[in-house]
Design a protein around this ligand. Structure first.
Ligand code: GRF
Length: 192
C-alpha cells in the first residue's frame, strides 16, 4: 500500500493483547498505519488478531532472521518505516537495528534497568519482582539497541506491588498499564 503515513510493523510472539490495542488505537489514524504483523510462533494468538483485522502477517524463522537478511527485504516490500516490539521474544539482530536506526521500540513489563535482560520476560519478571519484595513495579517503553533491554528509555509508568500479589495478579496490573500507555507513547514518538 502506498501512502504518506508512517507504516508500522508490530513484532509479537504471544497472545497479542498489546498488538490488539495498538491496532484499535491506530485504525483510521491520520499519520500512523499498522501495516504488518511479524510473528515467530505459528500458533500465536497475535496471528488471529492480525487476520481478524485484515492486517497481513508474516511468520519468520531463525535462520533468515539471525543469519540471513533479517527480513529487511520483505520489510522494504511492505514499506515499513517503524518497528514496534510487543511481546517479541527474540533478540533483534544488529542488521535490523542498523536498517531502522532509532526506529525500533520495545515494551518491557518492569521498571528497567531492574528485571531486564536475557531470560527476563513474562512471568519470570513478575516472579523476580515478588521474590525481591519490591513495593512497586511498572512498565518501560524504550528504544531497541544491540543489548537486550538497554536502549534509551522513552517512558515509564509505575504501579504498586502488594504483599498478597501473585505473578498473575501483578501481570494483570502491568498489562493494564501497557494497554493504557503503549499506543499514545508510540504516537508521540512518531508524530513528534
Ligand atoms: C507484555 O507484558 C510485554 O511487556 C512483554 O510481553 C507481554 C506481551 O503480552 N514484552 P501480549 O502478547 O501483548 O498480551
Amino acid at each position: 500500500m502506498i501512502n504518506h503515513k508512517t507504516n508500522v510493523a508490530i513484532f509479537a510472539s504471544g497472545a497479542g493483547s498489546n498488538a490488539a490495542k495498538l491496532i484499535a488505537y491506530f485504525s483510521n489514524h491520520p499519520h500512523i498505519h499498522i501495516q504488518l504483523i511479524v510473528c515467530n510462533k505459528p500458533n500465536a494468538g497475535v496471528i488471529s488478531i492480525a487476520s481478524n483485522n485484515n492486517i497481513p502477517h508474516i511468520l519468520i524463522e531463525k535462520e533468515q532472521f539471525f543469519r540471513g537478511d533479517a527480513y529487511t527485504d520483505i520489510l522494504e516490500e511492505y514499506q515499513i518505516h517503524f518497528i514496534v516490539l510487543a511481546g517479541f521474544l527474540w533478540k533483534v539482530p544488529n542488521l535490523l537495528i542498523q536498517h531502522f536506526p532509532n526506529k525500533i521500540i520495545n515494551i518491557h513489563p518492569s521498571l528497567l534497568p531492574k528485571y531486564g535482560g536475557k531470560g527476563m520476560y513474562g512471568h519470570f519478571v513478575h516472579e523476580a519482582v515478588l521474590q525481591h519484595k519490591e513495593t512497586e513495579s511498572g512498565i518501560t517503553i524504550h528504544y531497541v539497541n544491540e543489548e537486550f533491554d538497554k536502549g534509551a528509555t522513552i517512558f515509564q509508568a509505575k504501579c504498586p506491588v502488594f504483599e498478597t500479589d501473585t505473578p498473575e495478579t501483578l501481570a494483570t496490573r502491568i498489562h493494564a498499564l501497557e494497554h493504557l500507555h503503549f499506543a499514545p507513547t508510540i504516537e508521540s514518538v512518531i508524530c513528534k
